[in-house]
Design a protein around this ligand. Structure first.
Ligand code: NAG
Ligand code: NAG
Ligand code: NAG
Ligand code: NAG
Length: 622
C-alpha cells in the first residue's frame, strides 16, 4: 500500500515538472511570436495549463514593450471580443476543451479576418494540420498559425484551405529556437496575406449584374450601344481585370435592380447576395445603412455626376433686349431731357408766332410750328424716331434748336441700334443657380432612371420642390421624363435643360451636335447623388484580395481607361463664331407688346372721341 502511494505521489509530483520543463520554451516561443507582430495584441487564451505556467506567461507578456493583454477563457463569449484587429486566439490543442472551443469559433465565424490564431500542436510532430482543425473554415482570409515543436526548435506555419475545399495550403511563417528566437520566412515578411494568397486557382466567383435591355449581354464586350446599361458595361470591364488579378473564373447572374429592402427581404443584387447566390455585386452601389449589413464597400470606380445640362439661352430669354442698350441712368436722363426740349420748343414756337403775326406773311403760316403742347410733342417725337417734319421754326434761334435736337437724337439712335444688333446674337450666362433655372424660360426635362424618379420626387429643398412642381411635373400634364438620347436631342432643338449623367450626356452630344452647338454648355447640380462604390459580400474570404485588386487596377489606370471609353468629357467649343441665330418671336416680343398696347390705346381714344362728339352734337341741338 505504501509503495503504491509513493508511486502515485511521484507521478503527481513529476508530471507538472516534466510538463513545465518543455513549457518554458513554449512560453518563450509564444511571447516571441506575439512580439513578432510589432503591434498591440489582446490574447484570448484557451489553455489548460497549471497555475505556475500561466503565471509565467503573464509575467513574460507584462515585460514586453508593445502592450499585450491576455485573458484566459474556457468558452467562447462574444463579450470578450472587442477591438477585433488586436485579437489573437491562443489554443493548446492538447487540452480537453479545445475541440469545443474550436467548434464554437467555427460557428461564430471567428476564423476569418481580422482575427488571428495561434494553435499549439505538439502531439504528433509530423502532421502539420492537426486533426481538430481539419473541419474548420480556415479560408483565404484567415490567419491561423500552427506551432510545431521539433526537439528544441519550433516551426510555425500558416495554414488555410484552398478555395472551395481543394485541400490545404501551408505557408512557412518562421522557425523559432530557444537561443536565436524567430527567424521569419522572407515570403511572409515581404508580402501581405492577401497578396500571397491572391491566386484563387480558377475559383468561380459569381457576380450579380443589372441588365435592363435584352441586347446588353451580347454587347458587353463590344460596346456598340454605350447608352443602354452603361454602368453595367463599365463595371463589366472594370471587374474583368479584377478577375485576372485573382485568377478567378467569372460567372454572371442577372437581375434588374440594385436592391432595396422590401418587407424584410432584399430585391435585386442584394437579394442575390443575401441569399448566397452571388459573392460580388456586378454593379457599383450607393452606400446606405441597410446595405452596409450585407456588403463591404471597397473601392470607387467611376465618377458619376448627375446635373442639368443646357445651352446658354439667347439673351432675350432672360432680359428685355430693348432696354439693355442704355444703362438705367441714361434712360432716366432721356425722360427729363425730352421734357426740357418740348418746353424749349414750345417757348420758341410761341416766340415765332408772335413775330410772324407782326410780319403777317401768309405763305409762312402752313409750315409754322403751332405753339400747342401736342404739336410740339409730335415734332419732338419725330426727331426721336429719326423722321422729318413738315413744320419748322422760322427764326434763327428756332433753327438752331432744331439742329441740336436732330443731332442729339441721331447719336442716341446710332448707339442704340448698334447695341441691339450685338445683343440679338448674344447668349445669356446669367443662369447660374437653381433659382435662376426656376425663373428662366427654359423648359426642363429629366433622364428617366430609377434614381432620378426617386430623388427628384422626394426632395425637401423648397427651390428644388418648386422646380419639380412647376417645371418637371406640373399638375395635369405628363411628367417630363425622357430617355437619354431624346432628351439630348430636345436640348439641340430649343432652349431646354436636361438632367442626366454628365459623362453619358456629353457622349450623346458629341455624337449628334454640330460644332457650334457644343458651345456655351452649362451645368447645374440638382440632385445630390453620392458616388457609388464597388462592394463585396460582407464576410467574404476574398475581401482583401478584391480590395487590393481594385486599388491596383485604379493605380494602373485600368478603371480610368474604361471610364474614358464609356464617359465623355465636356465637349470643347471650337467655332463659336459659326453660330448665327435668327431673330425669333421671343426677341421681338416686347415690340409686339408695345404695338398691341398702342392699338388698344388707339381704340380707347377713338371711343372717347366718339362719345365726346355725340355729347357736343346733343348740346348743339338743344
Ligand atoms: C529529435 O531528437 C531525436 C532524439 O532525441 C533525434 O533522433 C531526432 O533526429 C531529432 N529530430 C530532429 C529533427 O533533429
Ligand atoms: C490560374 O488558375 C488555373 C486553374 O484554374 C491554373 O491552371 C493557372 O496556373 C493559374 N494561373 C496562374 C497565373 O497561376
Ligand atoms: C427580353 O426578353 C424576354 C424573354 O426573352 C422578353 O420577355 C422581353 O419582352 C424582352 N424585352 C425586350 C425589351 O425586348
Ligand atoms: C409588404 O407587406 C404588406 C403588408 O404585409 C403588403 O400589403 C405588401 O403588398 C407587401 N409588399 C410587397 C412588395 O410584397
Amino acid at each position: 500500500m505504501n509503495w503504491f502511494v509513493t508511486i502515485l505521489g511521484s507521478i503527481f509530483i513529476c508530471l507538472p515538472f516534466v510538463l513545465s520543463k518543455t513549457m518554458d520554451s513554449e512560453i518563450k516561443m509564444i511571447v516571441d511570436f506575439l512580439q513578432s507582430f510589432n503591434k498591440p495584441s489582446n490574447v484570448i487564451a484557451n489553455l489548460c495549463w497549471g497555475n505556475s505556467n500561466i503565471k509565467d506567461l503573464i509575467t513574460n507578456l507584462a515585460n514586453l514593450e508593445s502592450p499585450k493583454s491576455i485573458k484566459f477563457v474556457n468558452d467562447m463569449h462574444t463579450k470578450d471580443i472587442f477591438s477585433n484587429h488586436k485579437i489573437i486566439f491562443l489554443v493548446d490543442i492538447a487540452c480537453a476543451g479545445a475541440t469545443q472551443f474550436l467548434d464554437k469559433a467555427k460557428a461564430g465565424k471567428y476564423f476569418g479576418r481580422p482575427y488571428r490564431w495561434l494553435v499549439i500542436n505538439r502531439r504528433d510532430t509530423k502532421t502539420v494540420i492537426p486533426r481538430e482543425l481539419e473541419a474548420m473554415d480556415i479560408l483565404t482570409d484567415s490567419e491561423v498559425y500552427v506551432s510545431q515543436f521539433d526537439n528544441h526548435s519550433c516551426n510555425i506555419n500558416l495554414i488555410y484551405k484552398k478555395p472551395q475545399n481543394h485541400g490545404w495550403i501551408i505557408e512557412k511563417y518562421g522557425t523559432w529556437t530557444e537561443n536565436n528566437g524567430f527567424l521569419l520566412s522572407r515570403e511572409v515578411t515581404e508580402l501581405v496575406t492577401a497578396i500571397r494568397r491572391r491566386n484563387l486557382y480558377g475559383v468561380t466567383v459569381v457576380a450579380s449584374m443589372i441588365i435592363t435591355d435584352n441586347n446588353t449581354l451580347a454587347d458587353m464586350q463590344y460596346l456598340r450601344h454605350k447608352e443602354t446599361d452603361w454602368l453595367t458595361k463599365c463595371n463589366y470591364h472594370q471587374l474583368a481585370s479584377l478577375y485576372d488579378f485573382a485568377n478567378a473564373t467569372r460567372k454572371l447572374i442577372f437581375t434588374n435592380s440594385w436592391g432595396y429592402l422590401i418587407n424584410g427581404s432584399w430585391t435585386g443584387i442584394l437579394g442575390d447576395i443575401s441569399q448566397g447566390k452571388a459573392d460580388l455585386p456586378g454593379s457599383v452601389l450607393v452606400i446606405t445603412k441597410e446595405r452596409m449589413e450585407q456588403l463591404d464597400y471597397l473601392a470607387f470606380l467611376s465618377p458619376i455626376d448627375v446635373k442639368f445640362i443646357f445651352r446658354e439661352p439667347p439673351l432675350s430669354y432672360q432680359n428685355n433686349l430693348y432696354l439693355l442698350p442704355f444703362k438705367t441712368s441714361v434712360w432716366f436722363c432721356i425722360g427729363p431731357f425730352v421734357g426740357l426740349l418740348i418746353f424749349a420748343m414750345y417757348v420758341n414756337a410761341y416766340w415765332d408766332e408772335k413775330k410772324c403775326q407782326c410780319d403777317n406773311e401768309e405763305e409762312n403760316q402752313t409750315t409754322m410750328l403751332i405753339p400747342k403742347v401736342s404739336d410740339v410733342s409730335v415734332f419732338v417725337m419725330s426727331a426721336i424716331s429719326q423722321q422729318g417734319s413738315n413744320v419748322e421754326l422760322k427764326g434763327t434761334l428756332g433753327r438752331f434748336v432744331i439742329l441740336i435736337i436732330f443731332l442729339v437724337f441721331l447719336f442716341l439712335y446710332t448707339a442704340y441700334s448698334a447695341s441691339i444688333v450685338v445683343l440679338l446674337q448674344a447668349s445669356s450666362n446669367q443662369i447660374r443657380t437653381l433659382s435662376d433655372l426656376l425663373n428662366s424660360k427654359l423648359e426642363l426635362g429629366v433622364e428617366d432612371t430609377k434614381y432620378n424618379r426617386y430623388f427628384i420626387s422626394t426632395t425637401k429643398d423648397p427651390v428644388k420642390k418648386a422646380i419639380y412642381e412647376t417645371k418637371i411635373a406640373p399638375k395635369g400634364s405628363k411628367p417630363k421624363f425622357y430617355n437619354l438620347v431624346d432628351g439630348i436631342l430636345e436640348l439641340q432643338k430649343k432652349p431646354f435643360a436636361f438632367n442626366c449623367v454628365l459623362g453619358t450626356g456629353y457622349r450623346v452630344i458629341e455624337k449628334y451636335f454640330y460644332e457650334h452647338e457644343k458651345c456655351g454648355l452649362q451645368e447645374i447640380q440638382y440632385i445630390q447623388i453620392q458616388n457609388p462604390y464597388q462592394a463585396v459580400k460582407r464576410g467574404s474570404p476574398y475581401r482583401e484580395i478584391f480590395k487590393i485588386g481594385l486599388l491596383r487596377n485604379a493605380e494602373h489606370g485600368l478603371n480610368d481607361r474604361t471610364n474614358r471609353i464609356m464617359l465623355s468629357k465636356k465637349p470643347v467649343c471650337l467655332v463659336r463664331g459659326g453660330s448665327f441665330v435668327s431673330v425669333s418671336l421671343v426677341d421681338c416680343y416686347p415690340i409686339f407688346l408695345l404695338l398691341m398696347y398702342g392699338m388698344i390705346l388707339g381704340q380707347v381714344l377713338l371711343l372717347a372721341e366718339l362719345i365726346h362728339h355725340r355729347r357736343m352734337k346733343k348740346v348743339e341741338i338743344e
